[in-house]
Design a protein around this ligand. Structure first.
Ligand code: SF4
Ligand code: SF4
Length: 387
């Protein structure tokens, strides 16, 4: 386990409280998106395809804190866009930390050296640095050379100042398992607390659609990566990789758990309001309040086999909450997987059955084409401009 005991204790106590009260759906991590603007234009990003007026909008400090209080989740993840572009970010973070919520400030790290002294090290604050692989792979993923080196320098700087740091790694089509394993080894040498890892969700609004992994390919890839195991530079086995995930989520990634997603465990709030149903689906509308999100969303319309837009999703924002709930209900099963690691051979757990009709597939498939073309052009333009 990579999180400090205080975090494990407080989150465990929060879940136990919800279970004792018989609460069926509870939030675990609030995804707070303070802006969509970014200083990169990554090939697999589904967040930056907005008109200029939208990209210039910011969540106010008051709105951000109101969302934190309304939601009540013990952890707050702040992705974007690039949060460090927001001029009030340090104030938002300090106010959430003051509420004793565990903040994960997700950043591509380019602006971190400039802003780091606006933040104070705390057990409640973690910089989650975007790193999708080794130098070549990461720079390819973010469509700009030199970003890997900047991210690694920023990790070292943050660690030297006593901050908690994790690495946030998204895996795409064409990954080499040996290279990913070597990257995990390298990441651990940077003194980080853990690695957050997920297959990239195939955003309809992403500039490139050919980069995403399918569901079966994701499971095979994770088995192959985990089989490599951690190694030191001279090829000897070394200390374990530390993941910022529950053992059962890793087991799910390796194809051993047939989980349904629980999108309410990671509700999303941004400049448009409470996003239905999750962080990843951006065309399903918004709720006027957190209560309305939880009570009026047609949750049964979403998830594996229920919606074609969910077909290839194995992202932690959908399934980590499911895995944590499972671990809470079946602690011995979770302990066994934690001690032995995920099963890496033999048959995989069958996927949940598809219950949506062909019409649903057609509707989803027909929506993104124009958007993808538009996004591709935008990305090409930004790339050409050297952004
Ligand atoms: S994925 Fe890339 S472009 Fe999108 S918000 Fe993150 S750093 Fe910015
Ligand atoms: S499976 Fe869940 S988390 Fe993934 S896109 Fe669908 S609703 Fe969102």
């Amino acid at each position: 386990m990579s999180v400090p005991l205080i975090q494990a204790y407080r989150v465990g106590r929060y879940i136990a409280g919800r279970k004792l009260r018989g609460v069926k759906r509870y939030p675990l991590v609030l995804m707070l998106e303070p802006l969509f603007q970014c200083n990169l234009a990554c090939a697999g990003c589904g967040k930056i395809d907005h008109p200029k007026e939208t990209l210039q909008k910011r969540l106010s400090v008051e709105d951000a804190l109101r969302a934190v209080d309304e939601c009540g989740a013990p952890m707050v993840s702040i992705p974007g866009g690039e949060p460090l572009i927001h001029k009030d970010m340090a104030q938002i973070v300090a106010s959430i930390v003051q509420r004793r919520k565990f903040v994960y400030l997700c950043t591509n790290a380019i602006l971190l050296p400039k802003h780091i002294d606006e933040y104070r090290p705390s057990p409640y604050l973690t910089f989650s640095i975007h790193l999708d692989g080794n130098r070549e792979r990461h720079d390819e993923s973010v469509c700009q050379e030199g970003v890997f080196d900047k991210a690694v320098a920023a990790i070292r700087l943050a660690r030297s100042k006593g901050f908690r740091v994790t690495v946030n790694c998204t895996l795409f089509n064409g990954e080499n398992p040996a290279e990913v394993a070597a990257f995990f080894d390298e990441a651990m040498t940077l003194g980080i607390e853990g690695i957050t890892v997920s297959p990239g969700y195939s955003y309809h609004h992403a500039p490139r659609q050919d980069v995403f992994l399918g569901r079966s390919a994701s499971k095979r890839l994770f088995r192959e990566i985990f089989k490599r195991g951690p190694k030191s530079a001279d090829g000897e086995s070394r200390r374990r990789w530390s993941f910022n995930h529950s053992s059962l989520f890793l087991d799910f990634l390796a194809g051993n758990q047939a989980y349904q997603c629980t999108p309410w465990s990671t509700p999303t709030y941004n400049i448009f309001g409470w996003q239905r149903p999750c962080y990843l689906l951006t065309d399903e509308g918004y709720a006027p309040s957190f209560r309305s999100l939880m009570e009026d969303t047609a949750w049964d319309k979403y998830g594996v086999g229920r919606n074609p837009a969910c077909d290839n999703c194995m992202a932690h924002c959908g399934f980590e909450g499911t895995a944590v709930d499972d671990a809470f209900m079946h602690p011995l099963k979770a302990l066994k997987v934690a001690l032995r690691g995920p099963q890496l051979t033999g048959p995989m757990a069958p996927d949940l059955p598809i219950v949506y009709g062909e019409h649903a597939r057609h509707v989803v498939a027909s929506v993104p084409v124009a958007d993808v073309k538009r996004a591709t052009r935008a990305s090409d333009a930004q790339h050409t401009a050297g952004l």
